[in-house]
Design a binder for this molecule. Sequence first.
Ligand SMILES: *Cc1c(COP(=O)(O)O)cnc(C)c1O
Length: 445
Amino acid sequence: MTDVSMFLRRDPALARVAAGEETAWINPHYLPFAATDGLCQLVVSDGDIAGAEARLARFAPFIARRFPETAGSGGIIESPLRPIPGMQRRLEQAYGCAVPGRLLLKLDSHLPIAGSVKARGGIYEVLKHAEDLAIAAGKLTIEDDYARLDSDEMRSFFSRYTVQVGSTGNLGLSIGIASAALGFHVIVHMSADAKQWKKDLLRAKGVEVIEYADDYSRAVAEGRRQSDADPMSHFVDDERSVDLFLGYAVAAGRLKAQLDKMDIPVDGGHPLIVYLPAGVGGAPGGVAYGLKRLFGDDVHCFFTEPVQCPSVLLGVATQTFERANVRDFGLTGATEADGLACASPSGFVTRMMTCLLSGEFTVADGRLYDDLRLLYETEGIQIEPSACAAFAGPRGLLGYEASRDYCRTHGLDEKTLANATQIAWATGGSLVPEAIRRAYLQTHI
Ligand SMILES: *Cc1c(COP(=O)(O)O)cnc(C)c1O
């Protein structure tokens, strides 16, 4: 049992988190990048990330063939980076806060194939597993043109194997669609939070969906147990997987190329501030880790989580990692942000991010819909409620004493912030069915 009062004494900022209020939490474990570099590279190195990039390039001809929507980018799965000046002004008006510098939106909501950030990590892990199996069976070498994986012979080879995953929805979509495209048998274990349309879409793609009345941790535990009992089955483990993390980390180099193309510098005088919605922590952790490796102290990574489900925040703050559970702090774990509804975080990611995460902003469910509407009205872009958690960042940075203090102590004075680039990472949304999109625009909490 967690001794909550002890944690609250050590880090009084946690009192507002435990009260379920919107707040900023600044990470007391944060260190200058140079102090962490050696240790981090022992776990995930620059070479590992480069290896993941090379693997995605090898698969590009297969992806381009199997998913024609990626043909334009040669089978590389990537999303646009867009200035959202209208939304920036509306956030300032609506919340009475300054949003300095330039606000951009990273549209992982519109990533091809899976319509969410999970198209990075989830698809990467499935491809890597397929490559490992095919190479071990003598059916593929890394010099081959991987377009040949799109054949009846290879699909029949992969059909002997099963891929399983526990998911609140989007990871299941990404793993399900990618695995089915290669020919794998796929089983997705879904928590009670998963939206019905996500289950329907998966079943329509031939994916076996098992539903649990319980929360996400239970769906993962059950999926892991069933997969471990089957030697022909691979479990995509959202709470532990380094491969998922690597797939997400590749986003950093892609983002840097986009910033370069837009002539946006990132350096001491032009900081980059990134806001990433977090569930179990894998997607935001991988992206943030990649960004820290490229930009070091010039990038400031904040996660955003629902007020009732700040599990990554608690895992890092208390240093109890995967043992942290929001319920031990009197929170319910319930949230409209289905993609973020993980009551306990990844032990791997909370450890990796301990010294690299600048802090977190928590967000009330009602704000998700408010910001969903603001974005739609100002920019004509619709993303899903989970992804809207990202806007807690830009409206929060100068909105709380704790985060203003972070700015003061990390060289983010008024003049520097005027030259900053802030990125809200839109993590999902393009697959949401039309009727549900309309309902989201009408939802007020
Ligand atoms: C999964 C997901 C996240 C968070 O990713 P984690 O790896 O669970 O932290 C954020 N937004 C959306 C829309 C997601 O589906």
